[in-house]
Design a protein around this ligand. Structure first.
Ligand code: ATP
Ligand code: MG
Length: 497
């Protein structure tokens, strides 16, 4: 059977709607025709450097027009892009570019020193975008088609539960991700999506894919700035924003008693658990929030709460997107309604596997079903509720305790800015929950206040047995809470005592 192909996406888009806006930043606005022209220029330059079909190149940049151009340039050469998180340490960068088998690293001009250091440590040549632009551009044969099963990107998982793994995502994965989202949310002529999540993250990258496939403008922000995002929604025609909880929290505070324009369609919320108090806050302000569940391995969302249910199934991540399937498994068997087990998913947006990880692939992907490592349950109407990571489950006196539930409750206290909960070994109970709290500036909060609050809301075995007030919580480059570091800290403390 011959491999399935499509016209190159940017070529097709620039052919169908050349004058439509593709990208909007503070500095400039680009049509699809202009983007195509520039992406092809970058592709020629990369090719002239000796980068060929099938090669892996790392891209080390914050969200920028140049980065978008490079991502599209890859598709003209059949080159796989390894998009690096710019908050990684040098050792983490060295690991990823080596692990992913990169032959080149290109990055933004402001990161020249790091690029240089990376080359010194790995022998992999590197080039800044500026240097690329002053390099030679010979004419090359661009690929006119994309081969759907070919890999397009390798994105590393956040490394929340262990060391990051390189996820291979094909054109087909990205295609189905964009199309599935459209089948759920619909597409309108007025749609303009704001990307304040970094493009090296699947949540950000998937917006770019939607843009070229739908023919939709993307407002690109280099970093998340509450004021700028607020302004883009209020005054610049943005209809949809992809957010994680901290962003939504900041935006709701900024909104105050104002209202978003009627054209605003909603916030696509993903990346982690959504505390219910925050969802209620958004509801009070009539801001539609589309809760979603997904991961790097599923090219972003795979389960989303459709707008129809956004308010009456609050707390749920929704139902699988049209071409996807979801199952909850307990001891290898399908769980009953409301029974908690591992979330297992299947669909055309799910990766075929991690790069160079045959054993992990065998363990996690069986017959195209991906074991997510997350726990959840499905209610009798088929809605998914994500409970927590399987690795973080606390078993106390035979009862299961999910740290996220306790974190969710504590985050409902006005004085709590951030909270992390982990299990601590205990002679009597096996393990007990311990909470780490960062107080909001200018507030006072005592252990007694917290315990009184918990008394009304959590069964006694779920109430934190120890409480620590801290200045900040350990987070990875994606800003996700590293519970394993909190647990290690507790272990070390015990050893010292
Ligand atoms: P690693 O796999 O390296 O440990 P990671 O899982 O944090 O890192 P990502 O792919 O960035 O890497 O994150 C996906 C994870 O985020 C999911 O597996 C899940 O644990 C969490 N997540 C995503 N959406 C939700 C949600 N709606 N509710 C709760 N957790 C979520
Ligand atoms: Mg993961």
């Amino acid at each position: 059977m011959s491999e399935q192909t499509m016209p190159n996406w940017l070529d097709q888009r620039a052919f169908l709607t050349p004058e439509r806006t593709a990208l909007v930043t503070d500095e400039e606005s680009l049509t699809f025709a202009e983007l195509q022209h520039r992406a092809k220029d970058r592709a020629s330059r990369l090719s002239t450097l000796g980068i060929h079909k099938g090669d892996h190149i790392a891209v080390y940049a914050k969200s920028s027009v140049e980065m978008v151009q490079i991502v599209h340039a890859l598709s003209y050469l059949g080159v796989v892009g390894v998009l690096l998180n710019t908050r990684l340490t040098i050792d983490e960068l060295v690991f990823q570019v080596t692990d992913a088998g990169c032959v080149y690293v290109v990055g933004e001009d402001g990161f020249k020193d790091t690029l240089h250091e990376l080359t010194q440590k790995t022998d992999i040549p590197s080039l800044s975008f500026g240097e690329l632009m002053s390099s030679e551009a010979r004419s090359v044969d661009f690929l006119k088609e994309v081969t759907m099963e070919d890999p397009y990107t390798i994105l590393y998982t956040s490394g929340t539960t262990g060391s990051p793994k390189g996820v291979l995502l094909s054109y087909s994965n990205h295609w189905w991700s964009a199309v599935s989202s459209a089948l759920n949310l619909g597409i309108t002529e007025k749609d303009q999506w704001l990307a304040a999540l970094p493009l090296f993250h699947v949540g950000g990258l998937s917006i770019l894919m939607k843009s070229v496939i739908y023919g939709m403008p993307v407002h690109l922000h280099t970093s998340f700035d509450v004021e700028k995002v607020h302004d883009a929604i209020m005054n610049k025609g943005v209809t949809t924003v992809s957010v994680v909880t901290v962003m939504l929290d900041g935006l709701m505070d900024r909104l105050g008693t104002e209202r978003y324009p009627d054209e605003f369609r909603g916030m696509l919320l993903g990346g982690g658990p959504a505390p219910e108090p925050l969802l209620y806050k958004a509801k009070e302000k009539s801001v539609p929030v589309f809760q979603s569940y997904g991961m790097t391995e599923t090219s972003s969302q795979i389960v989303t709460l459709s707008p129809d249910y956004a308010l009456n199934k609050i707390g749920s991540a929704g139902k699988p997107l049209f071409p996807a399937q979801l199952s909850i498994e307990v001891d290898g068997k399908r769980a009953a309604s409301d029974e908690i087990g591992e979330i297992v998913v299947k669909g055309p947006m799910v990766t075929k596997g991690y790069y160079r990880r045959p054993e992990t692939n065998e363990d996690t992907i069986q017959k195209e079903w991906l074991r997510t490592g997350d726990l959840g349950y499905v209610d009798e109407d088929g809605f998914l509720y994500v409970v927590d990571r399987r690795k973080d489950l606390i078993i106390s006196g035979g009862e299961n305790i999910y740290p996220a539930e306790i974190e969710g409750v504590l985050s409902g206290m006005d004085q709590v800015k951030e909270v992390g909960v982990v299990g601590k070994e205990d002679q009597k109970w096996g393990s007990v929950p311990v909470a780490f709290i960062v107080r909001r500036e200018g507030t006072s909060l005592t252990k007694e206040d917290v315990l009184t609050f918990c008394n009304d809301r959590l069964a006694s075995y779920k109430q934190p047995k120890e409480l620590y007030f801290v200045d900040h919580l350990p987070r990875n480059a994606t800003n996700k809470l590293l519970r394993r570091e909190l647990a290690n800290w507790l272990k070390q403390r015990r050893n010292v005592q």
